[in-house]
Design a protein around this ligand. Structure first.
Ligand code: GLA
Length: 732
């Protein structure tokens, strides 16, 4: 890994063993992009990659009429001068003008990586990464722009972020401040996005890139289940195992835009950042604005290669604290077992059965506080309901601990029901435009987390509950999209900051909790998976993946989620049948075989299943305890897509390649077919792997494939609906 500055040619070359990223100070002083892709040897001069041409209708940067930004590839383009693609930023100056000329001024190369103040970001020690910070200055106004790049030693990844610093006298309005832009020299790519809705999150959608713009976005105040802030462009022939792909992942949890802009000269611009439609940020003299981080990864080993880079980077350099690289506790959550209808006694019965099955953690979900007996009341009143918890959280946690289980509970700190003491006391703490009636979502309003006093108040209330009890885990939920976003805490000039400040408020509250209770495992949730993004993984290392716990649908949801997020982050539970969302009854072994490619747990009352099923649950838990490290931190491969066939196959391989587990799932019976073979991946060609008493070499399993027959895969068949199996491979 290195970052080289070639002073004579004014070029930067960032490289590691896998990738190169080359930039130049262009003739007009702005930063240009020369190359991003597989590693190439360093050279003093790549300026042949700059385009010097005069063309009709192409304005040139005076006085050099052979240079135009439009024909060249930009690092951080604005609009109004000679670039016409999607712009990375927009400034409005005191005189009403919008044009900036950010010219190279200086740079700094450091070992490691600087923190992003108040924002989540990847981190790295001095030997894990190097960073380049380029300062550009708009001389006329004094506005400074800092472009930061980090290259990691071990991953084909560049992390980018941006800072605006107003060193001028007058206020500047930032109407747009995206985090990253990358210009590619051709358009022979397909675009992949991860789209969905509540209960069907992150399904991959692939489209051919043609002239014009493709974009996905969220303006819901959260990253959303509708579009995820992670996109890929890949060559048309790239599949899971071969070919080039570039990913962009936004380390942020609010409104975003991700776009690909294919121009008329064959260039392709990728851009990602905070959505400009809901953003207007005044920068007074001396103010700084920091745009969140985008992590850009490159793969020449197909989509699996790309996903594996994100998985490893996020496990090692994004997730922090005690839970980093730690196998996750097997939990039982009472939500689908009781909803809000429970007493301390009924909870203890469920917990005791969970303990008998081998679970390690009991989680009390919604309904324990205030007047919360249904979802019309109580949100915001974070005080235990004595009718349900007579001795409070303290007594319940002690009773559960006495069984030998750890204990955790559910909160939804960003919300308030109109029917709550909090709302009655502070109606102005909820988002609403004075004089207008705000929209409801699940009978609740959104608290104005852009205001410190609101965040502080919620912290104090919850701190009291947490500190008195012995709490190991918190599920932090967030169950509606933002509307009527108007803060009563600031005047008109700052209303354009509120969406972003809300997200900063969420991060602030997370940080305060983590600081006060560093051992608590946080799981984020937003009506299931509506806020599954890299930003939250910095605070909560796992996220409830979907409210849809149907085994068959979970295959699709978890398959799609795995493109951008590690298995250790995917909250996955076995729930009761018929499933509450789909009414489908998928066998308990299938449900468990899907959930173990995740954090694993149960979301049902184990007192209500048959003895035979209970024995299966005990075995599932014992198996997961033995193998969770491999499932959660092994190298994960997608093998056969359930979006393309009636079968799903995926696998994990240990770092030393001695162990692997393959998951096979028949989603829908293929009548009168033969079971065939599944080609495995990631094994050591020369290792002899045992499946029971059968032995196969790695090359055999990867080239010939795993034969689906009773000896290897038990009674798994693709001739039945919802059949599944896990095949364990071990090389001695
Ligand atoms: C959301 C979550 C569920 C559950 C309920 C409780 O829907 O996604 O898992 O916690 O809220 O109200």
């Amino acid at each position: 890994m290195n970052i080289i500055w070639h002073d004579k040619t004014q070029q930067f070359h960032l490289y590691n063993d896998e990738i190169s990223y080359i930039m130049v100070v262009q003739p007009n002083g702005e930063m240009g992009q020369l190359y991003f892709g597989g590693k190439i040897r360093d050279k003093e001069d790549f300026s042949y990659l700059l385009v010097r041409q005069m063309k009709s209708q192409v304005p040139a940067d005076a006085p050099d009429e052979t240079f135009s930004m439009e024909l060249n590839r930009q690092e951080y383009p604005g609009f109004g001068s000679t670039d016409f693609g999607i712009n990375a930023y927009e400034t409005v100056y005191a005189d009403g003008s919008r044009i900036s000329n950010f010219r190279y001024s200086s740079h700094e190369i450091i070992y490691g990586k600087r923190k992003l103040e108040g924002l989540p970001a990847t981190y790295a020690s001095d030997d894990e990464a190097m960073s380049l910070i380029i300062t550009l200055v708009d001389e006329l106004t004094g506005l400074n722009l800092e472009l930061s790049y980090t290259i990691f030693r071990d991953y084909p990844v560049i992390a980018k972020s941006v800072r605006f610093i107003n060193k001028g006298e007058a206020t500047v309005i930032l109407n747009r401040a995206l985090s990253a832009c990358i210009d590619l020299p051709d358009q022979n790519y397909e675009w992949m996005q991860f789209s969905g809705a509540w209960a069907r999150e992150r399904f991959p959608v692939t489209r051919k890139i043609e002239r014009g713009m493709i974009s996905v976005e969220s303006k819901r105040g959260i990253s959303s289940s509708n579009q995820n802030p992670f996109v890929i462009v890949k060559r048309p022939n790239t599949d899971e195992f071969i070919g080039e792909a570039i990913g962009m992942s936004f380390v942020y949890s609010g409104n975003f835009i991700a776009a690909a802009d294919a121009d008329c000269y064959g260039k392709l611009r990728l851009a990602m950042g905070i959505h400009p439609d809901t953003f207007r940020w005044p920068l007074d003299s001396g103010d700084v604005f920091t745009a969140p981080e985008v992590v850009i990864a490159y793969s020449n080993d197909g989509l699996n290669g790309l996903s594996q880079s994100y998985h490893a980077l996020y496990n090692n350099n994004l997730v922090r604290g005690k839970w980093k690289k730690t196998p996750r506790p097997i939990l039982l959550n009472n939500w689908e077992a009781t909803f809000m209808d429970f007493t301390q006694d009924s909870i203890l019965k469920i917990a005791s059965k969970a303990k008998e099955a081998g679970a390690e953690l009991f989680v009390l979900d919604d309904g324990w506080f205030g007047a919360r007996n249904d979802d019309y009341a109580g949100l915001g009143d974070w005080v235990e309901n004595p009718a349900k918890l007579p001795g409070g959280m303290k007594e319940l946690s002690e009773k559960i601990n006495a069984m030998g289980l750890k204990f955790g509970f559910w909160i939804e700190p960003e919300m308030v029901n109109p029917d709550s003491d909090l709302y009655r006391a502070h109606p102005d703490w909820a988002f609403a435009v004075p004089g207008r009636i705000p929209a409801l979502g699940r009978h609740q309003y959104v608290l104005d987390f852009s205001r410190d006093e609101v965040v502080d108040y919620i912290f104090d209330m919850l701190y009291r509950v947490i500190k008195d009890a012995n709490i190991s885990y918190i599920k932090w939920d967030m169950n509606r999209t933002l509307t009527d976003v108007y803060s009563n805490g600031v005047g008109p000039k700052l209303q354009g900051c509120v969406y972003h400040k809300y997200v900063l408020g969420v991060y602030k509250l997370y940080s305060r909790f983590i600081e006060a209770f560093p051992n608590i495992l946080f799981e984020s949730c937003s009506s299931g998976g509506s806020r599954f993004d890299a930003g939250l993984l910095y605070y909560a290392p796992q996220a409830w993946c979907s409210d849809n716990t149907d085994g068959a649908d979970r295959v699709l949801i978890q398959y799609g989620t795995s493109y951008g997020y590690p298995i250790s982050s995917i909250g996955a539970h076995v729930s009761a049948i018929p499933n509450q969302q789909t009414d489908r009854s998928v066998p308990i072994d299938f449900r468990a075989n899907v959930a173990c490619f995740g954090t694993f747990g149960y979301e049902l009352d184990l007192n209500h299943i048959s003895d035979e099923e209970f024995e299966m649950v005990k075995e599932q838990i014992a198996f997961m305890k033995e193998n969770r490290e491999l499932f959660q931190y092994g190298r994960f491969y997608r093998l056969i897509s359930p979006f393309e066939t009636d079968v799903n196959a995926w696998m994990v391989v240990s770092d030393d390649k001695k162990k692997a587990i393959v998951g096979l799932y028949s989603m829908r019976a293929n009548v009168n077919s033969i079971n065939g073979r599944i080609r495995l991946a990631g094994l050591d060609e020369n290792n002899l792997y045992y499946i029971g008493s059968n032995a196969f070499y790695g090359d055999e399993l990867m080239k010939v494939g795993l034969t689906v027959n009773p000896e290897n895969t038990g009674d798994f068949t693709i001739e039945q609906d919802y059949k599944s199996c896990l095949v364990s491979l071990e090389s001695k």
